[in-house]
Design a protein around this ligand. Sequence first.
Ligand code: RNT
Ligand code: ZN
Length: 447
Amino acid sequence: MTRYEQAKNMYAQLGVDTEQAINTLKDVTISMHCWQGDDVHGFDTDDALSGGIQATGNYPGRANTPEQLMADIDLALSLIPGKTKLNLHASYAIFENGEHVDRDQIRGEHFKKWVDFAKERNMGIDFNPTYFSHAMVKDGLTLSSPDEEVRKFWVEHGKACLKISEYFANETGIPCVMNIWIPDGYKDIPADRFAPRARFKKSLDEILDTPYDKSKVYVTLESKVFGIGVESYTVGSAEFCLSYSIQKGITPLMDNGHYHPTEVVSDKIPALLTFFPEVALHVTRGIRWDSDHVVVLDDETKEIAQEIVRCDALDRVYIALDFFDASINRISAWVTGFRSMQKALLTALCTPSAALKELQDSSQFSRKMVMMEDCKMLPIGDVWAEYCRQCGVDADNYYDEIEKYENETGKTIVRICGVCGKEEQAVSEAELAKKYGYDAVLLSPGG
Ligand code: RNT
Ligand code: ZN
């Protein structure tokens, strides 16, 4: 008997059908955030990342062009089992022939290359208006700004993004989840907490009252508790976003980096599913703050997956990942994050949930605890290996291939010898590239 066959029997004794679990997992779509590949830079402005979020680290190999980003995504996709969807930000518009329009004017055609890319790979596309890293973010405010010119600009951006989302859905034949997140807030104690929220509501109404095809575009609203530079107050708080979503009939999005450190999104999933037909997630890993570390197979990721599965809500939860670690190989970060989320889901699907629920309902709490702990020792790794085998990817060691690509593409290159052939002190990729007129700069591994 193979290891998988042995594992399958062990699970069967608990009433778990591993084949069914594997097949179910194959059908779960997880949305792939393009912004992990280039530290949330995008292609439409040279503005530094703003909005209270930060990508830290200077590992070489950041994608600088759409072509590089697409190639990087392709390698990641080849190492990720299961179904994915492309998750784009508006800032990843691709302008051609010298054309450039501002974010209030962008149209579907500026994303045609992404549509071609997605269609060739049978992927749907999710979308995000980009309310950060832009000159029209005035004093950190967008849709809640008291400056009508600013507020209107961003309302127009939201409307433009709804149209683009419709275009994605029409082109791919797959509905587009469009997520709205704004960074608006204040560093210090506000003198007025109400008016900014009233303006945010008005702006959202103006965007969403513009007709759009609700059968093709699913709008979600992401809340946040604080950001770097907006520590005292965020306009789009949890209560604001939940209340707005339920009133407007849109979907709330929970990013598990966006709550106080002892709050857990896993517990919030069943609470929201009681009231909302659908719930959306940004799965991430915050360390001490919303640090957006790569998702790994930790307790909360497992518990989030358990809740989705226990609630029988795989078709009611839109799962997207949201992290950006610039301190390690970015393709590896994607693959590890995706595999971790899938491992968590597989573990949940291989849990005898019906039996555990029965123990809870009959107040057999000691037995429930024993069974939960026993489940932790089950050979889930063998089921994972079988899932990977069936999906045509290796269960482990995927880093070798990434390293090979890293060496071949030359994006991760050697530190430039400048003029005299000596090693140059690396400042930043961009700075060196500018200095020497290269597209990408040569940095020594680890340098
Ligand atoms: C920021 C939010 C938001 C962004 C992306 C880039 O805190 O999590 O989702 O990370 O839109
Ligand atoms: Zn997020």
